[in-house]
Design a protein around this ligand. Structure first.
Ligand SMILES: C[S@@+](CC[C@H](N)C(=O)[O-])C[C@H]1O[C@@H](n2cnc3c(N)ncnc32)[C@H](O)[C@@H]1O
Length: 373
């Protein structure tokens, strides 16, 4: 089978490509980096093997160990997704990993990803080009392989190119880089910005100039932008109403995703801490089935949660058995489960709690009438 080098995008899980999501969904093994968003791992099957090779994680792997892992798993015939932050061919050693797999005779495919070089500035409201003023952009690494013992980046020449300069991995060497760009002719008042954790809820942008950027409290991972566009402030991501808020969602995992997506879309950082676990009844549902066998004897059937409604309908089998029985539902989510089966509740209290049901319940059922709850 194939090893897929998949770009995970810059952090926002919504920026994964459709092809990347399809491959994660069928992966047997996912080998991932520090910069790939953790929630992307949830797209892989529950029984897929997940291997963290983040170089800065505890027990992180060396590049040789990653090669060895890729070849070993690639040879098993299983579907292997090698998930890499951003794009696998932008400062991500994707080419080296691909060459090793080629040499071992293992089929490899590449799924490009959205690179942080463009996405982090975009989420900070900085376009990397702008008509007339910034007609090109150059993406440069600020951290070359220390074993080379020499630098291949000619910062003085890059300063003369004239467009936007986007620097990845530049935090540690920003003083040298800024000095050399100025030596190459860029004015000290050229706008500069550093976007840290771009596209993530922790995103933070520092704006300065080429002359002052090295004195700022920069930290990795950051994309540093130098040029006229770094003065643009078309911020939108950080302006969303819940940006900067961390919200814990306590719903059971099966029911959390819609709420989580909506909070995320409004800018919140969402942490799933399920406090409810939905499990099968100890009797395997025998009690529910027995009650539903006599559902025609009841005046009302009350369902109190989406999950309860779904289980009731599954145990019921044929909705015609509810003929003549009135239906009450607590909460619009519960009602929605019923209406999906073409059942319209007769009663839907305004307050989504048991007390709301009592308040809204019409006349007490006639003596002897029964309510199935
Ligand atoms: C090893 S490079 C990987 C680049 C990646 N392949 C890409 O296309 O974005 C790591 C550097 O990318 C930049 N980077 C990656 N993700 C980032 C993010 N979400 N925010 C800011 N910088 C990021 C930082 O400069 C970081 O030091």
């Amino acid at each position: 089978m194939t090893v897929y080098l998949v770009g995970a995008g810059p952090g926002d899980p919504g920026l994964l490509t459709r092809r990347g999501a399809e491959l994660l969904a069928i992966a047997d093994v996912v080998i991932y980096d520090r910069l790939s968003a953790p929630s992307l791992l949830d797209l892989a099957p529950a029984d897929a093997e997940r291997i963290n090779v983040g170089k800065r994680s505890p027990g992180g792997a060396t590049q040789d160990e990653i090669h060895e892992l890729l070849v070993r798993h690639g040879r098993t015939g299983r579907t292997v997704v090698r998930l890499k932050g951003g794009d696998p061919f932008v400062f991500a050693r994707g080419a080296e990993e691909m060459a090793v797999l080629y040499e071992a005779g293992i089929p490899v495919e590449v799924v490009p990803g959205i690179t942080s070089a463009i996405a982090a500035p975009a989420y900070a409201g900085i376009p990397v080009t702008r008509r007339f003023s910034s007609t090109s952009f150059t993406v440069v690494t600020g951290h070359e392989d220390p074993t080379k013992g020499r630098t291949e980046v000619d910062w003085e020449s890059i300063a003369k190119v004239g467009g936007t300069i986007v620097i990845l991995m530049g935090v540690a060497n920003i003083d040298t880089i800024a000095a050399r760009l100025q030596a190459g002719g860029l004015a000290p008042d050229t706008p500069a910005a550093a976007v840290r954790w771009g596209t993530r809820p922790e995103q933070h942008t520092i704006r300065a100039t080429l002359g002052t950027i090295a004195a700022q409290p920069l930290a990795a991972p950051s994309v540093i932008v130098v040029g006229e566009v770094a003065g643009d402030d078309l911020a939108w991501y950080t302006h969303r109403p819940l940006f900067g808020r961390s919200i814990v969602v306590t719903r059971a995992p099966q029911q959390a995703s819609r709420l989580t997506d909506r909070l995320h879309d409004r800018g919140a950082s969402v942490l799933g801490v399920p406090t409810i676990d939905i499990v099968d009844a100890a009797d395997g549902g025998a009690g529910l089935r027995a009650a539903l066998d006599r559902v025609g004897d009841y005046e009302w059937l009350v369902v109190t949660s989406p999950n309860g409604a779904a289980r009731t309908l599954a145990a019921l089998g044929d909705a015609r058995r509810l003929a003549g029985v009135k239906l009450a539902a607590i909460g619009p989510g519960t009602a929605e489960v019923l209406t999906r089966s073409l059942l319209t509740p007769d009663l839907l209290p305004d307050r989504y709690v048991a007390e709301g049901l009592l308040e809204a319940f019409p006349d007490p059922p006639a003596p002897g009438a029964k309510v199935l709850l």
